[in-house]
Write a protein that binds this ligand. Structure first.
Ligand SMILES: [Zn+2]
Length: 302
């Protein structure tokens, strides 16, 4: 049994690399709720942070964590409102943000995401279908039903919900969602508050795109805006600015190492490159060495 549990954990690890550190333990997952404004809430459980906007008649939901948590997430939403979920928006394709898609995809709910999210969810689910792990019905319900290439806007009486794509950041299908009147932005996994980021180079992510995504968010938001990160606690603009400074600081050190002809192995083992930030950002899921490796590979491949 213990061995089986270990295998399951490894599988989860592979399926979803940006899973929170909580998964390392066999804890009962509790969905906690942060009220961030009049209409917007953040739900935390296991995996990516969920955003909930309660509108005039309907709910707008951002991301849905894992398939096995859907009942708990539904119960948490029902504790806030009995309005139906009109839209479920996926910030990107990773399994800890889209894993519950099929469970939330009813006649009342429309799944929305960037074009590349649909493509990558299709590819991932096709493998499961081929291996008979899921049914055709489940496969179809996992897929975003409305997709966009650059941006899409939703209107709900006084609220305007702007979703916009950022290019080759955490993946090649990231989008941020900004609730204009509530003044809250959900950045998906283009922001890992208080920890080094995971940048999925194999799914079209890049360090420069990741930094550019932060700069785009900084142009949109104000000092008062509350930021929902993909992982970590809600943040302010000031905290996001400090995070960008960290990214730029590590980047310039690695650029200097590359220009000095340093190899990947040398950069991985050179703790001085990120020493200024390791105590504040190196204790999350992505450790300093893994971060240096990803940054190096991304900068080197340009
Ligand atoms: Zn992710």
């Amino acid at each position: 049994m213990a061995f089986y549990k270990t295998k399951v954990k490894i599988l989860i690890f592979i399926l979803s690399i940006c899973i929170s550190s909580l998964s390392a333990q066999d804890k009962e997952v509790v969905i906690s709720i942060d009220k961030l404004s009049k209409d917007v809430y953040m739900l935390t459980g296991q995996g990516g942070n969920i955003g909930i906007y309660i509108g005039q008649k309907n709910v707008f939901m951002i991301d849905d964590q894992f398939d096995r948590l859907s009942d708990k997430i539904k119960a948490a939403i029902e504790s806030l409102t009995n309005k139906p979920i009109a839209f479920l928006f996926n910030t990107h394709m990773h399994g800890d943000h889209t894993g519950g898609n099929a469970n939330f995809n009813t006649d009342l709910t429309t799944l929305v995401a960037h074009d590349n999210v649909r493509k990558r969810v299709m590819a991932g689910q096709q493998k499961k279908l081929d291996n008979k792990k899921i049914t055709v019905e489940y496969y179809n319900k996992m897929l975003p039903e409305v997709t966009f290439s650059e941006d899409i806007t939703f209107y709900d009486k006084d609220e305007t919900i702007m979703a916009f794509h950022v290019h080759n950041a955490h993946t090649d299908g990231d989008a941020m969602v900004y609730f204009v009147n509530n003044d809250i932005i959900h950045m998906g996994d283009t922001y890992f508050a208080g920890r080094y980021p995971y940048i999925d180079l194999n799914s079209g992510g890049s360090l420069q795109g990741f930094i550019d995504a932060h700069k785009k968010a900084l142009m949109v938001i104000s000092e008062e805006t509350k930021i929902i990160p993909g992982h970590g606690r809600p943040s302010t603009k000031k905290e996001l600015e400090n995070y960008v400074a960290m990214l730029e600081g590590v980047k310039s050190n690695i650029v200097a190492a590359i220009e000095a002809g340093k190899s990947l192995e040398e950069v991985k083992s050179d703790k001085s490159i990120s020493a200024a930030y390791d105590s504040t950002h190196g204790n999350g899921y992505i450790k300093p060495e893994a971060m240096r490796e990803t940054f190096y590979k991304s900068l080197k491949s340009k």
